[in-house]
Design a binder for this molecule. Structure first.
Ligand code: NAP
Length: 311
């Protein structure tokens, strides 16, 4: 039986791995379908402390992984489908294999939702399509961009982008924002933000070099089609936390995020089962906050294991 199994290899999971390995817990990390997590799809990370020149997202995650390996963290590639946290032996099942551990850290992250329109995946990352203004907004200084969505995330992204961009067009499929009134008011009042209502994006169009040059839109009331020129497209139609395996076992909020218990941000209702990063954090969703939560979860797991006197 393992001392500690960590699910996920994003910032939270790998940071938990570094701390747990240095505490001699000999952790096993199970990595799913996207090793390195969301940051591997970002070109440049400029806001992770310690990298004044910025760092490539993939490289940052590769460094974290090597740091975890250096202290003895082991990795296994598998996809966990169900969990059983009743009793002292926690069980994780991938269908073929059942893993057993004294303690667990869940750091499975969240996945941005996509529109699934032509051009979106081809230009995602360094070619103009993004799901994170905080990560990529500064690359669009003095340029025109569009944001898609009508919730708090879309408003937050649009407002953040006004710091850099000359114009932000907010494209929403209805004629009323879903965002909280204060966010909606702030957004609609902003002189750099132009909302376009009742409109969907049908395609993202490339220039000759394969970078975004425009979006093709359709007004769903009168069916008219047109194009909006832009250098960047920010999709902000929500995230889906990767928590399917925990349904019916852990407390999830209506959006599927695992709800931490008590004052701690990393405990769950099961002793010895901890949570960290974007799978339990709908608000901050930053590399550095996920890393911080991974650290907290690892320290809590270490203390809990020592309190059980099982290691
Ligand atoms: P959200 O509230 O679910 O909003 C998603 C938006 O995207 C909605 O306006 C929705 O349109 C639109 N949308 C969804 N699928 C679409 C599609 N296929 N095509 C076009 N548009 C689509 O998601 P969120 O904004 O990420 O917020 C999630 C939660 O986090 C919310 O509880 C939110 O309050 C919270 N949050 C809070 C803050 C903050 O307080 N600072 C910041 C960010 C998020 P419809 O409106 O037509 O459904």
């Amino acid at each position: 039986m393992e001392n500690l199994i960590i699910l996920g290899t994003g910032c939270a999971g790998l940071t938990a791995g570094i701390y747990a390995a240095r505490a001699n817990l000999n952790p096993l990390i199970i990595e799913g379908s996207q090793p390195g997590g969301q940051l591997t799809t970002t070109s440049e990370v400029e806001n992770f402390p310690g990298f004044p020149e910025g760092v490539d997202g993939y490289e940052l995650m590769d460094r974290m992984r090597k740091q975890a390996e250096r202290f003895g963290t082991r990795f296994k590639s598998d996809w966990i489908e169900s969990v059983d946290f009743e009793g002292p032996v926690k069980k994780l099942s991938s269908g073929n294999t059942t893993y057993e551990a004294k303690s667990i850290i869940i750091a499975t992250g969240a996945s941005p939702k996509f529109l699934n329109v032509p051009g979106e995946q081809e230009m995602f990352g360094s070619k103009g399509v993004s799901t994170c203004a905080t990560c990529d907004g500064a690359f669009y200084r003095d340029m025109e961009v569009v944001v898609i969505g009508g919730g708090d995330s879309a408003c937050e992204e649009a407002l953040f982008l006004t710091r850099f961009c000359s114009k932000v067009t907010l494209i929403h499929r209805r004629e009323e924002l879903r965002a909280s009134p204060i966010m909606a008011e702030r957004t609609l009042k902003h002189e750099k933000i132009e909302p376009i209502w009742n409109t969907i994006v049908e395609a993202m169009l490339p220039d000759e070099e394969g970078n975004v040059r425009a979006v093709k839109i359709r007004n769903i009331k009168d069916n008219t089609e047109s194009e909006i020129s832009c250098k960047g497209v920010f999709i902000a139609i929500g995230h889906t936390p990767n928590t399917n395996f925990a349904e019916g076992v852990l407390d999830l909020n209506p959006f599927g995020y695992i709800v931490p218990q008590g004052k701690s941000m990393v405990r769950t209702k099961y002793d010895g089962v901890f949570v960290a990063g974007d799978c339990s954090d709908p608000n901050y969703r930053q590399a550095v906050t996920a890393a911080g939560l991974g650290c907290q979860a690892s320290l809590e797991a270490e203390r809990w294991l020592f309190a059980q006197e099982t290691i």
